[in-house]
Design a protein around this ligand. Structure first.
Ligand code: GDD
Ligand code: MG
Length: 362
């Protein structure tokens, strides 16, 4: 089987992290976001994966060899001269996606869940139509593509509305599809939106079904959702693979994932819902909850870090306090005793005065 992962897009909503690293490469649960997807695709029997890239292609290419060796699959980059949206890249990769008659998976690179690929194949084969969209239910459907079902045929989609202004329903497109190669004949090689241009045609032809996802789901393409998604991912991981979770003395209430190379003072208090990356150093009495600390950062003694994403190579000073969905870019310093609430701090900045309200520090 084959798959294409849409890894283009500028990831602007996940700045300042995406100023340094493309969105699919930002570490989620201590692995680049797309690694989770590639792992799940390989497990479901996918042998050919195309990464559809529209910018920063070099960064992705460096990883291809690693993925080939690690997962034993063919993996290639398909580079766009100009961003081709969410459908154009499928046409560009037609030679791979049409190399046999089997259907192919399409994934948005920023969605996390317990990927249901094997069940999805079975479901798709059973209804026999051209496409299946994975669906989930959310409280705020206006940020997503909304699916409305046909009254008479179970799971057949009757309407697909991308980012609706008015409420149409709360079952949404989870950003994962399985499509027959014939769908490629509906797409032209130009910037095209699969949600706005291709799905409506398939709906009209009664060729698009939806498959309800079980368990958690999140689009982690913005900081608030990245943190919520991290909590959901950690709860799921501690149920599925409890041996991966940290249970040292400094863990408080569980769901803590720590890279083995991190150094954590035994008097720190970490958790619940914390991810600590490689090379991180956590000081005496530091308190961390509901946060992600990316590679090679430091949280000094007695700092309190809550609902924060600490970008790579950053430092949070002694007795400093961060919260309110604060995001630090690469190489940021928060000085001793400083309070930061809801700030997005661009790379290479040093913060020496309190930031009390949501703001962007450039
Ligand atoms: N190759 C390539 N080229 N990829 C692109 C391009 C492009 O020009 N533009 C966007 N992408 C990729 C993004 O990297 C992401 O993986 C995916 O396409 C979707 O783009 P987002 O920008 O994340 O879209 P969204 O989150 O607003 O909405 C989409 O995802 C929702 C689920 O999370 C839509 O598919 C919605 O219908 C869906 O509900
Ligand atoms: Mg998204």
């Amino acid at each position: 089987m084959k798959a294409i992962i849409l890894v283009g897009g500028y990831g602007t909503r996940l700045r300042p992290l995406t100023l340094t690293v493309p969105k699919p490469m930002v570490e989620f649960g201590n692995q680049p976001m797309i690694t989770h997807q590639i792992e799940a695709l390989a497990e479901a029997g996918v042998t050919d994966i195309v990464l559809a890239v529209s910018y920063k292609a070099e960064v992705m290419e460096n990883l291809l060899e690693e993925y080939k060796a690690r997962f034993g699959i063919n993996i290639t980059c398909s580079k766009e001269e100009e961003p081709l949206g969410t459908a154009g890249p499928l046409k560009l990769a037609e030679s791979v996606l049409k190399k046999d008659d089997s259907p192919f998976f399409v994934l948005n690179s920023d969605v996390i869940c317990d990927y249901p690929f094997k069940d999805l194949i079975k479901f798709h084969q059973k209804h026999g139509a051209a496409g299946t969209i994975v669906a989930t239910k959310v409280d705020e459907p206006s940020k997503y593509g909304v699916i409305v079902h046909d009254r008479d045929t179970p799971d057949l989609i009757d309407r697909f509305v991308e980012k609706p202004v008015e409420f149409v329903g709360n079952r949404i497109n989870a950003g994962m599809y399985i499509l027959n190669p014939s769908v490629l004949d509906l797409i032209e090689l130009k910037p095209t939106s699969i949600e706005k241009e291709t799905f409506p045609i398939l709906v009209e032809q009664k060729q698009l079904y939806s498959f309800d996802l079980e368990g958690y789901w999140m689009d982690v393409g913005q900081p608030k959702d990245f943190l919520t998604g991290t909590c959901l991912f950690l709860s799921s991981l501690s149920r599925r693979k409890p041996e991966k979770m940290c249970n040292e003395k400094f863990v408080h209430q569980g769901n803590v994932l720590v890279d083995p190379s991190a150094k954590i003072h035994p008097n720190a208090l970490i958790g619940p819902n914390v991810v600590i990356g490689p090379g991180v150093v956590i000081g005496d009495g530091a308190r961390i909850q509901r946060s992600v600390i990316l590679a090679n950062s430091q949280v000094k003694d007695h700092a309190w870090v809550k609902s924060t994403i600490v970008g790579w190579n950053s430092t949070i000073g002694k007795w400093a306090r961060t919260e309110g969905c604060t995001v630090l870019g690469d190489d940021v310093e928060i000085k001793n005793e400083i309070y930061v609430n809801g700030a997005k701090v661009l790379p290479h900045k040093s913060i020496g005065v309190n930031v009390e309200k949501e703001s962007i520090i450039m």
